[in-house]
Write a protein that binds this ligand. Structure first.
Ligand code: CA
Length: 432
């Protein structure tokens, strides 16, 4: 398999597509104009309509059951099935969409009944999210932000033992393309003794990866680290919009609250664990002197292949840049290898006290910054808390986000001998 040419699709726009080659096949929920939401699979610039495929009896056995679960207006039931059903459906999709598929002519004849242009569709949140938890596993972000708030003690002593997280707000998760309204709130102006109320003056983004939960566990029954990967359904991009001035005033002693809960944007396509399998990596070695994870968080196989090698990018497009036809400006290029904890460790830690995880729950990784300039996943880090402005090709400068600014997150996987796949985009324009 590894020595042969990579498979190509008869959906020719998929071949060499930057995001959605045949090897990706991410799941999502879409609607055509005026029609109900339904499940589909991205292939090139098109969406493969799972209901249309079921109507044409294209799937058999376990794959058919999985497609029935995935064709609804949310993917929760599909996530609940777990890896073997997902793999069965993926395997049949790979076969059907391969350029050598015996069904090719029949499928091509179905035209836009089966394959609809993404440009003609609206994308929706992929699942109904019961709970959303935001972690803090990007150690460089934790260091950079810690230095701003506590110069003498940037990393608190629990960080290297506990995958730190807080409970976010599922109700304000929104899909890419949704405008984000600037929040109002309490802030304490520098030198002031009492707070005032008004619109946030320090609105920021956070570059994160979202993790979709699969089957999950019963309350009181923790997920063992060795089985944690079976509970991970897929991945997306996530922008944890953050009002830094609200955050600085409210975050102690219990952590972020209104500074984060006004909006969290995610990309619509769920890139499966199977599609990401060729881009697994050993978990990067901890620096000399760091503790070994406690036993319940340590699994040899997870250490060998539990990390992901995904390139992450943040771009900014201001209203003025858009008006002048300028391209979005890259603000950061980072990678998921900057995670101090693996996704399996996040799952196991979250459930170790008996907390119930459910299909369609969403985790954020936390901001995934790299150690150097050009790799910072938030403006807070780029501008060192608003000390320096970022210069843009329009001549404008930014310390924090202004009205009309559009933040665009992208992600892609590249590796020698593998077909590259991407996540699509997570976009949001700031209003007000
Ligand atoms: Ca965050």
């Amino acid at each position: 398999m590894s020595t042969s040419q990579p498979a190509r699709s008869w959906v020719t726009c998929a071949n060499d597509h930057p995001d959605f080659a045949l090897q990706n096949l991410p799941f999502g929920v879409f609607s055509r104009q005026g029609l109900a939401k339904r499940g589909g699979v991205a292939i090139g610039d098109c969406i493969f309509d799972l209901q249309a495929a079921l109507d044409a009896s294209l799937f058999n056995g376990v794959a058919r059951l999985a497609a029935e679960a995935a064709c609804r207006g949310q993917l929760n039931d599909f996530f609940a099935l777990g890896p073997s059903s997902r793999q069965a459906l993926r395997s049949e999709l790979l076969h059907l969409l391969d350029e050598a598929s015996p069904q090719r002519e029949r499928l091509q004849a179905m035209g836009s009944t089966l394959l609809v242009a993404q440009s003609e569709c609206q994308m929706h949140l992929p699942a109904q999210v019961g709970d959303y938890t935001d972690f803090y596993v990007g150690i460089h972000h934790a260091m950079n932000v810690g230095k701003l708030f506590r110069p003498d003690n940037p990393l608190l002593p629990n960080y290297k033992y506990v995958p730190i997280a807080y409970h976010g707000r599922a109700s304000t998760l929104c899909v890419s393309g949704t405008a984000v309204k600037r929040p109002g709130g309490q802030t304490l102006a520098p030198g002031a003794e009492v707070p005032s109320f008004g619109p946030s003056k320090r609105l920021d983004y956070e570059l994160e990866v979202g993790v979709w939960m699969g089957p999950g566990n019963e309350a009181g029954e923790p997920i063992d680290i060795g089985q944690a990967h079976e509970h991970i359904a897929g991945f997306c991009l996530l922008n944890d919009w953050s009002a830094r001035d609200l955050q600085a005033w409210e975050y102690q002693p219990l952590g972020p609250f209104l500074s984060k809960s006004f909006a969290t944007s995610i990309s619509p396509w769920v890139v499966t664990a199977e599609a990401l399998a060729p881009f697994r990596s050993p978990q990067p070695k901890r620096p000399e002197g760091d503790p070994r994870p406690l036993d319940y968080l340590f699994d040899e196989r997870d250490q060998q292949q539990g990390a992901l090698d995904i390139e992450l990018e943040v771009l900014l497009l201001t209203a003025q840049m858009k008006d002048h036809g300028l391209a979005p400006q890259r603000l950061a290029l980072s990678n998921t290898l900057n995670m101090y904890w693996t996704v399996a460790q996040m799952v196991t830690h979250h459930s170790v006290n008996g907390c119930k995880l459910q299909p369609g729950d969403l985790f954020g990784t936390g901001t995934l910054s790299g150690p150097q300039a050009g790799q910072f996943g938030s403006l807070l880090e780029m501008t060192e808390g608003g000390k320096h402005a970022v210069e843009l090709p329009s001549g404008e400068t930014r310390k924090f986000l202004e009205a009309g600014d559009e933040v665009i997150l992208k992600a892609r996987c590249r590796r020698g001998g593998q077909v590259s796949i991407g996540f699509g985009e997570c976009r949001g324009v700031v209003v007000g």
